[in-house]
Design a protein around this ligand. Structure first.
Ligand SMILES: Cc1ncc(COP(=O)(O)O)c(C=O)c1O
Length: 396
């Protein structure tokens, strides 16, 4: 067979999405890939039903349907504290996934360096590789997931074109503070670099923490490429609607990348989603309350069976410590990936091995998400309870 490109040999398929496939095959409860098990808002479904007969069904404008961009500009303008030009500063993409790929391809030449915090959402590695960029990793140090600003500056000094900031952060639930973002921003200005933010969980931030968009900070808009998505905010991960917000010159370049990557996001779904973008602030307050409740409920369940975990300040993910299990003779020498496979087959719960998020050697963490109905989360706790019984010598 003829040889494939070198680049496809440098990364694996997504571990997260692989765990979903194994979970589905085994009929486990899937807390690996983050998506909700309940429907999108009724108003959006009604709009979708109407669109089925009334259209549009053909290509939208490549960088997004006019009414969709206008609604996005209005919503994002509230967060960013400025008027966003729907024609010049927005590119609608196929999910946040394409938004990130598009942003990295727009700013990086092959061989350029890009700063990435570790742990990181696994797509960023592939975004860098497919753009030919070399990541420089900066550790986020538990338990607060703080970082050393000197390491960020060092990366910029070495010529990094951009830094990726996932805020709130998947998988560790870190919410970047205004001070942290301001400090990163000062460096981006001093070294003339971009901040590429992934803000798909902007509405899942738990009190007393609040979301600060880097692009809203004074003087930073021209250096920030904001990537976002409707996937999590409206429970529509399958609709594949995302967007980039950037200053005009960057957005114009990103439009070209996007045009040749995918032409455009699905026209009927953009049309149906406009109603969601126009929801009042109360929708987002209710969403936050819903997920605060789920988070507290799930974490209390983990506590009740003695599983150690972090307390996420944002997102719907929690990192669980499996080091006590790996110390048991039955699990000795297991990787976290093997542990997750064992969990799916023997406990009936799917998680993601922590190693897929870290640059550093990490083998004792797994990630679970809690975007599930409470009854499902309760069943997960019952199943995981059988696992923790092993620690007390009660399991088989
Ligand atoms: C941090 C982060 N960014 C982007 C995405 C992808 O979002 P989308 O479904 O819009 O492509 C995810 C999905 O899990 C995510 O966790």
């Amino acid at each position: 067979m003829p040889k494939l490109s070198d680049r496809v040999g440098t990364f694996t398929d997504s571990v997260i999405r692989r765990m979903t496939r194994i979970s589905d095959a085994c009929g486990a409860i899937n807390l690996s890939q983050g998506f909700p098990d309940y429907d999108p808002p009724r108003e959006m479904l009604d709009a979708l039903a109407k669109v089925a007969y009334e259209g549009p069904h053909q290509y939208a404008v490549t960088f997004g349907a006019q009414n969709f961009r206008e609604a996005l500009a209005k919503k994002a303008g509230r967060t960013l504290g400025r008027v966003i030009d729907p024609d010049r500063e927005i590119v609608v993409t196929c999910g946040g996934t394409e938004a990130m790929m598009c942003a990295v391809m727009t700013v990086c030449n092959p061989g350029d360096k890009i700063l990435v915090f570790s742990p990181f959402y696994e797509n960023y590695g592939a975004d860098a590789i497919l753009s030919g960029a070399d990541p420089i990793y900066v550790p986020l140090v538990p338990p607060e997931y703080d970082f050393d600003l000197n390491l960020v500056e060092d990366g910029f000094r070495r010529g990094a074109k951009a830094i990726i900031v996932c805020n709130p952060s998947n998988p560790c639930g870190k919410v970047f503070s205004r001070e942290e973002l301001t400090a990163i921003g000062e460096l981006a200005l001093r070294y003339d670099a971009f901040i590429i933010t992934d803000e798909v969980y902007e509405h899942l931030v738990y009190a007393p923490y609040t979301h600060v968009a880097a692009a809203s900070l004074p003087g930073l808009f021209d250096h920030v490429i904001t990537c976002n998505s409707l996937s999590k905010t409206y429970a529509v991960t399958g609709w594949r609607l995302g967007y980039v917000i950037a200053p005009e010159e960057v957005a114009e370049a990103a439009k070209k990348v996007h045009d040749f990557l995918t032409v455009g996001a699905p026209a009927p779904l953009q049309e149906a989603a406009v109603v969601g973008l126009n929801f009042p602030e109360s929708y987002y307050e209710e969403l936050r309350a819903l997920y605060t409740d789920k988070r507290d409920h799930f974490l209390a369940g983990l506590d009740s069976i003695g599983l150690k975990h972090n307390v996420p300040r944002g997102t719907y993910f929690v990192m669980v410590d499996i080091s006590d299990f790996l110390a048991l003779p039955a699990f000795k020498g297991m990787t976290d990936l093997e542990f997750c496979e064992w969990m799916i087959k023997n406990i009936g719960v799917a998680a993601v091995p922590g190693s897929s998020f870290f640059r550093e050697e990490v083998n004792d963490l797994i990630r679970l998400h809690f975007a599930r109905e409470k009854e499902t989360l309760d069943e997960v706790i019952v199943r995981l309870g059988k696992m923790t019984a092993l620690l007390n010598g009660q399991g088989s």
